[in-house]
Design a protein around this ligand. Structure first.
Ligand SMILES: *Cc1c(COP(=O)(O)O)cnc(C)c1O
Length: 370
């Protein structure tokens, strides 16, 4: 087999480890593995399979289409889909037992209409906005929403739920304020005659707020082994991004490298050309600010990141065409991590790994159970 040009390797053993660990942290709650955006760029179906093997009893997706992809792949566990535009036909979702979120009366009516068409009860999770001001029903409209849901025949309210804004900032008072508003919303739901379960916790809250685990937790980033909080957690990064040296050469002192000639060799040096660039998910803003793991060492990428290529300075070390190059990985051996890329470019590791979902990057799996 040819050496990879641009490849992410997804370690499903690490994913299973992370899910089992998080499930253990939230012993009294069920665990929903969040696999939206094609499993944060890791492959939703493969991730979901490994997550269920490791103890997840729910799957979470953003759109109904994502949920239906999981159903088509054969998953029978509950799947929650939480955000689609108005006018979405939820009928296939109801038919295929996808749990649906409603943040408004309009959404609840769309789901009710779909339940009518499907000729079966739709299972709904009513979402309250407790302070994120994004998706979710404003508190002022909540009594009407829970009232209508309680009265609608072909709607079964499974849960009420909300999403946290600053759970990654440990000890931030806004999380407590959100939890209080969530309690208020729960009391109003009970008063309307509902008896819902409750869920609130993202990865950060799974790790730091056991009091908010409630009935179900919804970890996303942590199942991929990336820790959103500065608190130790036994998580193992799942994605490694690698390539192969395509060309090795020596240049004399004074020669410069790549578009703009932004880096100049101070002495004669060996260069390794790696055939990945910003079309493969290497941010151009990492030009002259990144390293790769190559021939047992971290080595600097010199000059600009191009669409298809980067150049690594290897000094006097012999580096051969065909050598493996790790762009980012677990960090265990000293290789860069997705977090390091995020810190350098001013983003979060969520965006780095999710951004690896692109047609030019091959995806392979290790630790697959057959
Ligand atoms: C993405 C998402 C999650 C998971 O968040 P992480 O920070 O990745 O753990 C949980 N709930 C909702 C509603 C989400 O959109």
């Amino acid at each position: 087999m040819a050496a990879p040009r641009a490849e992410v390797v997804i370690d499903l053993d690490n994913l299973r480890h992370n899910v089992a660990y998080l499930d253990g942290l939230a012993k009294d709650a069920d665990t929903m593995a969040v696999v939206k955006a094609d499993g944060y760029g890791h492959g939703a179906v493969e991730v979901a399979r490994a997550a269920v093997e490791a103890g997840a009893t729910w799957l979470g997706s953003c759109s109904l289409a994502e949920a239906l992809t999981l159903r088509a792949a054969g998953f029978t566990v509950p799947i929650l889909a939480w955000l689609d535009p108005p006018g979405t036909d939820y009928t296939p979702g109801v038919e295929q037992d996808v749990d649906l979120a409603a943040s408004s009366i309009t959404q609840l009516k769309d789901i009710t209409a779909a339940a009518g068409k499907a000729g079966k009860t739709a299972r709904v999770h009513l979402k309250i906005d407790t302070g994120l001001s994004r998706n979710g029903c404003p508190a002022a409209d909540w009594p009407a929403l829970v009232d209508l849901a309680a009265k609608t025949a072909n709607i079964e309210v499974h849960s009420i739920w909300s999403h946290l804004a600053v759970a990654d900032e440990v000890g931030h008072p806004a999380t407590d304020a959100q939890a209080e508003r969530f309690d208020d919303a729960y009391r109003e739901a009970l008063a309307a005659g509902l008896d819902p379960r409750r869920h609130l916790a993202n990865s950060a809250a799974v790790i730091t707020r056991p009091d908010l685990h409630l009935d179900l937790v919804r970890p996303g980033i942590a199942i991929y082994g990336l820790n959103p909080v500065p608190v130790p957690a036994d998580l193992r990064p799942v994605m490694t991004f690698r390539s192969t040296v395509a060309l090795a050469k020596r240049i004399p002192a004074g020669e410069s490298v790549s578009y703009g000639l932004s880096w100049t060799a101070k002495s004669d040096t060996n260069l390794a050309l790696v055939p990945v660039g910003y079309a493969d998910g290497v941010p151009r803003s990492l030009s002259n600010r990144m390293h790769v793991w190559l021939a047992h060492k971290r080595r600097p990428v010199v000059g600009r990141v191009c669409m298809d290529q980067i150049v690594v300075d290897c000094g006097d070390d012999a580096v051969a065409e065909g050598d493996e190059v790790v762009l980012f990985g677990s960090g265990d051996e000293g290789e860069p991590t997705a977090r390091e890329w995020a810190d350098t470019t001013g983003t979060i590791d969520y965006e780095i790994v999710t951004g690896m979902y692109r047609p030019r990057v091959a995806r392979t799996y290790s630790g697959t159970r057959r």
